[in-house]
Ligand binder design. Structure first.
Ligand SMILES: NC(=O)c1ccc[n+]([C@@H]2O[C@H](COP(=O)([O-])OP(=O)(O)OC[C@H]3O[C@@H](n4cnc5c(N)ncnc54)[C@H](OP(=O)(O)O)[C@@H]3O)[C@@H](O)[C@H]2O)c1
Length: 230
């Protein structure tokens, strides 16, 4: 088997995903840079020597085409970083409708399930497959339940909490296989997602994701200072 590990990062044309792709490429992995827009994916890949893969996590046909391509060209996958995410559906929780939450769940939860299920056969061909779900401290039920917690963006927090549930479910199901599954909290980073209001850089956040992807950190919900409470 070829020694160079192969990693796929979804939503990697910008932000934390792009910096994660850059970090994994710098660590010597072959990086497949997932992007839903072909031109943006090609431009970002060119910057870091990655392989662009068109991938819209909400579009099953695009995910299936990506799996076919990775199967034909690489034959396996070692690392899957489910990074693609959106922050949509603002408003006070009591005012929101189910429709206001739908886009957030489509990308942040169902997209991860679609991509993970589709790529799992390729991850099972790895000597030690790794799935990293880019979650958020805002999805920590423990922190949301704290007496001094503020009013969350329900569409986002509850989707990331659901994503953490997805992480734990996969981890349990794959317990007896070489495939490991973790959630990561990159911390509040200045990206387009939050109109650049974060206090850290995308590269700061990506460093945590990269460590988790390489298996260099311990725990199952990994943040800057160790384990984040579920
Ligand atoms: N920034 C933070 O403070 C922070 C904190 C905690 C967690 N996170 C998480 O970190 C991840 C990356 O966020 P970011 O801050 O880097 O945001 P960002 O700069 O807005 O990047 C989001 C990425 O996701 C992609 N994307 C959105 N919908 C997609 C879809 N349907 N299919 C494929 N790709 C899609 C975007 O593609 P386009 O360019 O085509 O829109 C973009 O590449 C997200 O999961 C986010 O929830 C961020």
């Amino acid at each position: 088997m070829d020694d160079v590990r192969i990693a796929l990062v979804t939503g990697a044309n910008k932000g934390i995903g792009f910096e994660t792709a850059r970090g994994l490429a710098a660590a010597g992995l072959t990086v497949l840079l997932g992007a839903r827009d072909e031109a943006r994916g090609a431009a970002a890949s060119g910057e870091i020597g990655a392989v662009p893969v068109r991938l819209d996590v909400t579009d099953a046909a695009s995910v299936a085409a990506a799996v076919t391509r990775v199967t034909d060209e690489f034959g396996r996958l070692d690392v899957l970083v489910n990074n693609a995410g959106v922050l949509t559906g603002w408003g006070r929780p009591a005012d929101l409708t189910a429709a206001d939450l739908r886009t957030s769940y489509e990308v942040n939860v169902f997209g991860v399930v679609t991509v993970t299920r589709a790529f799992l056969p390729l991850l099972r061909r790895s000597a030690g497959g790794r799935i990293v779900n880019v979650s958020s401290g805002l999805g920590s039920l423990t922190l949301l339940a704290a007496p001094d917690a503020g009013i969350p963006v329900m569409s986002y927090s509850s989707a990331k909490a659901a994503l953490n549930g997805v992480t734990l479910a996969y981890a349990a199901d794959l317990r007896d296989t070489p495939v490991t599954v973790v959630s990561v909290d990159p911390g509040l980073c200045a990206t387009d997602l939050n109109h650049r209001t974060g206090t850290r850089t995308a590269a700061d956040g990506a460093a945590i994701v990269v460590r988790a992807a390489l298996g260099d950190s311990t725990g199952r919900f990994i943040g800057e200072s160790g384990e984040v409470p579920w």
